[in-house]
Design a protein around this ligand. Structure first.
Ligand code: NAD
Length: 387
């Protein structure tokens, strides 16, 4: 076979460099001795101390999501339990290697003060108990992570915030979606106006809740707005970065016995200072639907399973010119993470490294102000302005 001069020279050059590399490797040996190895090896972060958390309330969320999530946490660990069920608490403690002495009942809650391993408590009780157990923990010097909704009234939320400030402790509200990658990407799209100015936000968070359930009890702070609607309110607030200035609402009071104390469904609109209008539906009596759609000037995005624990999926549509109809649809690849773990780590890091928190008591209070306005609008049939 004929070889061109150019090809011959190329082969010769490759041959020489391969030979030189092999000779250098032979002189070095198969691996460099320790004193000749690079000193700039990358060290993973050494976590010197994890935040010790007492779980208060061992219901469905605590057992099925929160306690397992600690397995994926870097900065937080469960070190104590507070429960009204001693047998259940013993089984849970054994499963998570929590000593039996670190199990407390509600009456003995303040004894947490004597357990130096407990830095913070995570309140996962019925909504009506959030304020009391938050304030009691703050008074004995513990930091607090409190489930949503923060409380059952604006007044309770204000007391919780005052107690945190008076006792110089951190109070964070467990708005897990503000730690979830798809929602973080949604916030980025909105903040950077990647699809132009925001116009409309449409949210649906509905489920079928069977009795008995804390969500169906007025005394325990239940109701569709409090349980699922709050995600639509919080979501519209973190996507716009604004507080609504006016709301309208209607509710349906069902004759079904399970809805004797709380409305079955509420639909509401929120008007934001920038002109964004958000409309939302929440229900405890319908088939499940968790959808979020955001329309902007030059495109839109939606999130399927927007308020669930896993399986969130974003679809972005860009409007084509000149008719404004969507002509490009992309489904960005977004890493699925255990956002309960990320939320717990964010809480722990804020306390251990004295960093600001993303979802403080003020965030929970703002939502309660909106809920109060929506309830008033539904009751009176009139638009309610928020100061
Ligand atoms: P749940 O009914 O399963 O658990 C409530 C726990 O509180 C139980 O362990 C129960 O024994 C205890 N409890 C103590 N005193 C009680 C009383 N007087 N009446 C009833 N229960 C009492 O409820 P859950 O679904 O685990 O919800 C608990 C909290 O977590 C609520 O505030 C809820 O809004 C919140 N939550 C948040 C999410 C989320 O995604 N962040 C999901 C579900 C629930």
């Amino acid at each position: 076979m004929a070889i061109s001069r150019r090809s011959f020279l190329q082969h010769a050059a490759i041959g020489t460099s391969t030979l030189l590399a092999a000779r250098a490797q032979a002189q070095r040996g198969p691996i460099a001795p320790p004193d000749q190895q690079s000193a700039d090896a990358k060290l993973p972060e050494v976590v010197s101390r994890k935040l010790g958390v007492a779980i208060v309330g061992l219901g469905k969320l605590a057992l099925e999501e929160v306690l397992p999530a600690f397995g994926e946490c870097k900065y937080a660990q469960p070190v104590a339990l507070v429960s009204g069920h001693p047998d259940k608490a013993k089984r849970v403690a054994a499963a998570y290697k929590i000593p039996a002495e670190a199990i407390y009942d509600y009456a003995g809650y303040e004894k947490l003060a004597n357990n130096a391993k407990v830095d913070a408590v995570y309140i996962i009780l019925p909504n009506s108990m959030h304020a009391e157990y938050t304030v009691r923990a703050l008074k004995v010097g513990k930091h607090v992570l409190c489930e949503k909704p923060m409380a059952t009234s604006v007044a309770e939320a204000e007391q919780m915030i005052s107690a945190a400030s008076a006792n110089k402790r951190t109070l964070m509200i467990a708005y897990r979606l503000q730690y979830e990658p798809t929602h973080l990407r949604a916030i980025e799209i909105c903040r950077k106006q990647e699809l132009g100015a925001l116009k409309i936000i449409r949210a649906t968070n509905c489920q079928d809740t069977k009795a008995p359930n804390i969500r169906l009890s007025k005394a325990l702070g239940g109701g569709p707005l409090q349980d699922v609607g709050v995600y639509c309110i919080n979501g519209a607030r973190y996507l716009t970065g604004e507080m609504p200035i006016e709301v309208t609402a209607i509710e349906h009071r069902s004759s079904e016995p399970r809805f004797a104390e709380v409305p079955e469904s509420v639909a509401f609109t929120m008007r934001f200072p920038s002109g964004v209008i958000s409309h939302a539906s929440c229900s405890l009596g319908s088939a499940e639907s968790r959808h979020l759609e955001v329309l902007a000037r030059e495109g839109a995005f939606e999130i399927e399973n927007a308020f669930t624990y896993r399986g969130l999926k974003m679809r972005v549509r860009r409007a084509g010119k000149p008719n404004g109809r969507p002509n490009e649809i992309v489904e960005p690849k977004i890493e699925e993470r255990n956002h309960f773990a990320d939320e717990l780590d964010a809480f722990a890091q804020a306390i251990l490294s004295n960093k600001p928190i993303r979802t403080p008591g003020a965030d929970g209070l703002a939502d309660l102000r909106v809920i109060a306005a929506i309830e008033q609008a539904a009751r009176t049939g009139r638009a309610v302005k928020l100061g």
